[in-house]
Unconditional design. Structure first.
Length: 387
């Protein structure tokens, strides 16, 4: 059985005011063609189909056309909601998507209520365990569904995730291809600097041991850099990465999807297939005295540009002047003496963990008194505000 694993499309995403839905549409058309060329039996999308919970009509059109196209080609699909998707919105269209051979899981469901199911794919019996993204706030409700109490209030995020995975994968054996879909961060994952940091920090990480031995392949989403999982056998679990270079922190990184050959009781065999659609991103650091010469060179670059210009003093209107010669220039950062560029590799300007910062503040101001309840309330309010 041949599976194509992808995730983190972020349809509807913009970049410095530019709508990139057209690029996503081109990438999905390339992906659909790859499904046909590779004779893929099953497409797996591990969350973040969209960039926000109320995507544009154009973004939905691009996504739905993809599933119609691969459905006509004879491939089934399984999709789960990520932290950027609306679980309710995805569940609302699940029946319609089913007409195209798509099995959609938006909100968490226990094994007996649709979170685990069997498919016949390419003559193979496939058991699917679908675990969409769960915030700490929603995890309480998920734990209620499998245990009937507020277990998540007593245990950590990872402990409850282990219980949920156990519920969904119970009964898996070596007689079927066992697929686990998750949208989460595993310990040791390398971020691409374009993920939403609040849902990618230590409190939201899970260990490799959460994946049962019986799982043939764990199809993961959430991390935008292609990689495996530390502590698991090569090929047992993969992040395919985002479909496009989403931010200038990803400039220079290649985009790909996973195509895996899966058989019951055997280790996966996989290959990374490059995705060439979508504009590439380039970030260039330029000294003021070299600006005119470098601008001539950069004018040939067909993708989106960001310039970091080293100056002795601020120059108002610099971006507007440069854009006359560089129509693909989206951002200009003026770097003065003693300043560092804000998106040097390895630095994420949005990396501050606000919950951890609030916890530290309370510890200094109030000690341990009432800290746990306040931090939980703050985390819930923050999540509502940003999602």
């Amino acid at each position: 059985m041949k599976v194509l694993h992808t995730a983190d499309w972020h349809a509807g995403r913009g970049l410095h005011g530019v709508d990139r839905t057209g690029e996503i549409k081109e990438a999905l058309e390339e992906l659909a063609e790859l499904v046909k060329v590779e004779r893929v039996d099953l497409v797996v999308v591990a969350g973040d189909l969209y960039d926000n919970r109320n995507p544009s009509a154009a973004a939905e059109d691009a996504v739905y056309r993809f599933f119609l196209d691969v459905g006509r080609a004879g491939a089934q699909s399984v999709i789960i909601a990520g932290n950027h998707d609306s679980p309710q919105r995805l569940d609302a269209v699940a029946s319609l998507l089913g007409l195209a051979g798509v099995h959609a899981v938006g909100a968490f469901r226990p094994a007996g209520a649709g979170g685990a199911f069997e498919l016949n794919v390419g003559g193979e019996r496939v058991r699917v365990a679908a675990l969409p993204f769960l915030s700490e706030r929603r995890m309480i409700g998920a734990a209620d569904l499998i245990e009937g109490d507020h277990a998540a209030q007593q245990g950590s995020y990872r402990e409850t995730m282990r219980k949920l995975v156990g519920n969904l994968t119970a009964g898996m054996d070596g007689k079927a291809v066992n697929l686990l879909l998750m949208h989460t961060t595993f310990e040791g994952a390398s971020l691409a600097n374009s993920e939403y940091v609040f849902h990618s920090t230590n409190s939201y990480t899970v260990p490799a041991s959460i994946v049962p031995e019986a799982v043939t392949y764990a199809a993961l989403g959430h991390i935008h850099k292609p990689q495996g999982v530390q502590g698991l056998a090569e090929g047992k679990a993969r992040y395919p990465g985002s479909l496009l270079q989403l931010d200038f922190g990803e400039a220079g990184s290649e985009r790909s999807v996973v195509v895996a050959e899966l058989r019951a009781g055997r280790a996966p065999e996989y290959a990374l297939k490059p995705i060439t659609a979508g504009k590439r991103l380039k970030r260039a650091v330029v000294a003021e005295e070299e600006l005119d010469r470098r601008a001539l060179e950069l004018a040939e670059f067909p993708g989106w540009l960001k310039l970091v210009v080293k100056l002795q003093r601020p120059r108002p209107g610099l971006k507007e002047r440069l854009q006359r010669d560089l129509p693909n220039l989206l951002a200009v950062e003026q770097q003065l003496p003693g300043e560092d560029a804000t998106d040097e590799p390895g630095f994420d300007p949005a990396a501050l963990d606000l919950v951890a910062a609030y916890r530290d503040y309370l510890g200094e101001e109030r000690g341990a008194d009432g800290q746990q309840e306040l931090v939980a309330a703050f985390a819930g309010l923050l999540e509502e505000a940003v999602t």
